[in-house]
Design a protein around this ligand. Sequence first.
Ligand code: BES
Ligand code: MN
Ligand code: ZN
Length: 503
Amino acid sequence: MTALTLSTSSAATARADAVVVGVAKGPKGPVVAAGAEAVDKAFGGKLAGVLETLGAAGGEGEVTKLPAPDGLKANVVVAVGLGTAPEDGFDPETLRRAAGAAARALSGTKKALIALPVEDAEDTGAVAEGVLLGAYSFDEYREKPANGTAKEPLAEAVLVGGKPRDKAHKDAAARATVVAQEVNRARDLINIPSNDLTPEAFAQRAADLGKEHGFKVEILDEKALLKGGYGGIMGVGQGSANPPRLVKVTYAPRGAKKHVALVGKGITYDSGGISLKPAGHNETMKCDMSGAAAVLSTVASAAQLGLKTKVTGWLALAENMPSGSATRPGDVLRMYSGKTVEVLNTDAEGRLVMADALTRACEEKPDAVMDVATLTGAMVLALGHRTFGIMANDDDFRAAIHEAAADAGEQSWPMPMPAELKEGMKSPVADISNMGERMGGGLVAGLFLQEFVADGVTWAHLDIAGPAFNTSGPFGYTPKGGTGSAVRTLVTVLERAAEGEIL
Ligand code: BES
Ligand code: MN
Ligand code: ZN
C-alpha cells in the first residue's frame, strides 16, 4: 500500500514528483482552494486563470495535470475538482473522493505532496483514506501492474497542511491507514478468482490474519458442519468439490462494554446451483463473498485500532455449484435452528447459509447482530450500484447504522420489513420456503433472515449486492472490481458502540 505521512513542509519547497491541489467550482470559473497558496504563488497568482484556460471548471472528479513552474520543487501539479464550495467548508466525503481521484491519476508516480484543504482532524483522516483507497490496484494475477496505465500505484503520499504535531490529526491519519488497509484487504479477497479463493482457502486466510493481529479464529469444516446440524450451509455447499466452512473470528478486548456479532455471506462462487444462472449473470459472481470479506476486515480493523467492543465475526463460506450431489429445487433442508426450508430455487442460497450463521451468532447473546450480504439482485434494482439497503428489527439501530454509514462516506438507505410479504414464503411441505414474491425481493430475503434471528436480539441486515462490486469505471476512491463495501460503516458502528453512543 502507498506509504502515508503528515508533514509541516511547504507544498512549494518539499521534494516530490507531484503536488496535488484542490480547485473549487466558482460562479465565474475555477477557484483555487485553501492549501494551494504556495503553489498559486509559484504561478504568479494565476493558477485559477491557467486552469480555466485549460478548460477546467472545478467540478467533482475533474483532474487536470499541468507542468510545475519555477519555484516549485515538484515537476507536476495535479489540480483536482471539489465542486461548489459550501459555506462551512468541504465535507469529508468530498475531500476523500478528490484525494482518491488524484491518487488514481498519480499511478506511476513515486512521491506526491497532497495540499488539499483540510480544516480539522476529520478532514485529515478523509484525505488520508481517499489517497490510500484511490491508489489501490489489484495486480496479483498480472505480469505487470496494469491499473489502466501499466504503472505502479503511487508509492508515497505526504499530506501537507494538516497538523502533524496535533494528536487528533495523527490519530486520524493512523486510523485511516488501518481502515484503508483493511478495505483494500477486502477488495483483494473479492478480486481473487474463485478457483483460488475456495471456502477452505478463505478460512486459512482468516486463520493467518488472526495470528498476525491477535484475534481468535475457529474453523468448522464440512464434518463439523454436518455433525453440528448446519443444514443450510451444508445444503448450499454439498454440490461443490470445494466443501463449505463456518469460520468464527473473535476479538475480545479487556474492558469491552458491548458485544457485537457480525455475520458475512461468503459464497466464494455463486453459479446459482441447479437453478443455474444464465450466461451474463455469473461472470462477476466471485464477488458473492463480499459480506464475509467485510466482516473479516472489520474484525481485523477493530483489533488493530484496539476498539473497546467485543466482536464476533461469522464467515459463512460455501461454493454454490450444480452437480450430482447438489441440492435440488424441491429439496427440504433442516436448518441449524431446527426449522425446515423447502429450497424452491437453489440460486437463493445466500439466505440459507446466512440463516445458519445468524442462529449460531444469536446463541452467544450479543448486544446486536449485523449481517452483511450480497443477497439480492432486487436490492440493486431498488437502490442502484452505489447504495446498500439496511433492514432491521429496531428502528433506532437501523437509523444509527444509516448515520454511521453517511459519516464513514458510504451510501445506504433504510428499507422496510412489510409483514405481508411473509405470506409468499409459505411452503406446502416445510416450515418456510426460500422463495417469496418476486416484487420486493430484497425485502423478502430480509424477512426470511429474520426468521432465524433469536427473539430479543437486536438485528440489522445490510444488503450490499449493489455497491460490493464495481463493474463500471473507477470513480473517486472506488476502483473497478471489489470495493470493500461496508467495512468503513461497520468499523464506525463498532467505534460508536465502544463510546456508548449506540446500543
Ligand atoms: N448472489 C446473488 C445476488 C446478487 C445479484 C449479488 C447481483 C450481486 C449482484 C443471490 O444469491 C441471488 O442469486 N439472488 C437471487 C434470489 C432469487 C433467486 C430469489 C436474485 O436476486 O435473483
Ligand atoms: Mn444466488
Ligand atoms: Zn448469491
